[in-house]
Design a protein around this ligand. Structure first.
Ligand code: PBG
Length: 325
């Protein structure tokens, strides 16, 4: 006890603080989400996500190259399709935007891990993550389309497919389809505990994926629940998920911690668009130091237990990490 014990002794300088530091963030932990559009030479800014862009494939390759050179090992692709229809057919078309982007990235940067989101919401006219029958999202009919999408992305060269539709049985359906087609080495990162969150707002503007009627609460999770999240993760692991995810991250750090203690699979956490927007907005208003806030947020997600952090801050964080080490 004080005065023999003084906690401040180990805080007296940067050297000693570094020696006793418990959690380290590294560029190896980060995945950079990117939005890809048709066309050439397109770099469209996204209002509520300053610094993020919708990129055509040629520009995307350059952006990914820059990230890779900064030490980032993976990107996660989201498509803005040329056409939408009831069944989201561009999601599983071989000349779909993400399929094209994946082929280009694997050719230009073979070492970069390409992860592709598997969901219908960006591709459907109604904006829901599945097939709509009589005004409701039909789980089992959606599974077939998700499986088809995953196979199409795998055959374009994706290393990891990431189902985010929150349909029951989606991981099993995708694993089976991938294995049947010989893609036994393509991994599944499951958005297992994905909550119905207002923090996806900026993303929906970026991807044009807001539901045109109703909301996503019949498939995404209810925010107050944590045991249910653990069950979702357990089921996904049994269905064949290689990586499980909690999303969003910041308001769900307890879920990340609980998952870390319970499961042996690598754990991902998605620092989503609204979390990015909050830090950016406060930084712009001069209300917080954006860079320090960013690092504190990412470190907090890591300390909670995330092995992989999906974040729009990936490049900024990598630059900052490069400066200090
Ligand atoms: C698609 C999907 C969403 C996000 C990732 N995949 C949007 C949603 O579910 O509405 C959100 C990512 C973010 O906010 O950064 N289903």
């Amino acid at each position: 006890m004080f005065p023999e014990l003084r906690m401040r002794r180990l805080r007296m300088g940067e050297g000693i603080r570094a020696l006793v530091r418990e959690t380290m963030l590294s560029t190896d932990d980060l995945v950079y989400p990117l939005f890809v559009v048709h066309g050439r030479g397109r770099r469209e800014s996204i209002g509520p996500m300053p610094g993020q862009l919708r990129l055509s494939v040629d520009q995307l390759v350059e952006e990914a190259r820059e990230a890779h050179e900064l030490g980032i090992k993976g990107v996660l692709l989201f498509g803005v399709p040329g056409r939408k229809d009831e069944l989201g057919s561009e999601a599983y078309s071989d000349d779909g935007i993400v399929q094209r982007a994946t082929r280009a990235l694997k050719e230009a940067l073979p070492e970069l891990v390409v992860m592709a989101d598997v969901c219908l919401c960006e591709y459907t006219t109604h904006g829901h993550c599945g097939v709509v029958v009589d005004g409701r999202v039909d789980n089992d009919r959606t599974l077939e389309l998700m499986a088809k999408t995953a196979v199409s992305l795998a055959s374009s060269g994706a290393d990891v497919v990431a189902p985010s539709g929150m349909m029951d049985g989606q991981v099993r359906a995708i694993r089976r389809a991938l294995d049947e087609e010989g893609f036994t080495e393509v991994a599944i990162m499951a958005y297992s505990a994905k909550y119905a969150s207002c923090f996806y707002g900026p993303f929906r503007e970026a991807a044009g994926s807001s539901p045109k009627f109703g909301d996503r609460r019949s498939y995404q999770m209810d925010p107050p629940n944590v045991r249910e999240a653990l069950l979702e993760m357990e089921l996904d692991i049994r269905e064949g998920a290689d990586i499980v995810m909690v999303k969003p991250a910041l308001a769900y750090l307890d879920v990340i911690r609980a998952a870390k203690e319970r499961f042996l699979r690598p754990l991902a956490a998605y620092n989503v668009s609204g979390e990015y927007a909050m830090v950016k907005a406060a930084g712009r208003l001069g209300w917080m130091d954006e860079g320090i806030a960013m690092m504190e947020v990412l470190l907090g997600i890591k300390r909670a237990g995330a092995d992989i952090i999906l974040t729009y801050f990936a490049k900024d964080a990598a630059r900052m990490l490069g400066r200090t080490t």
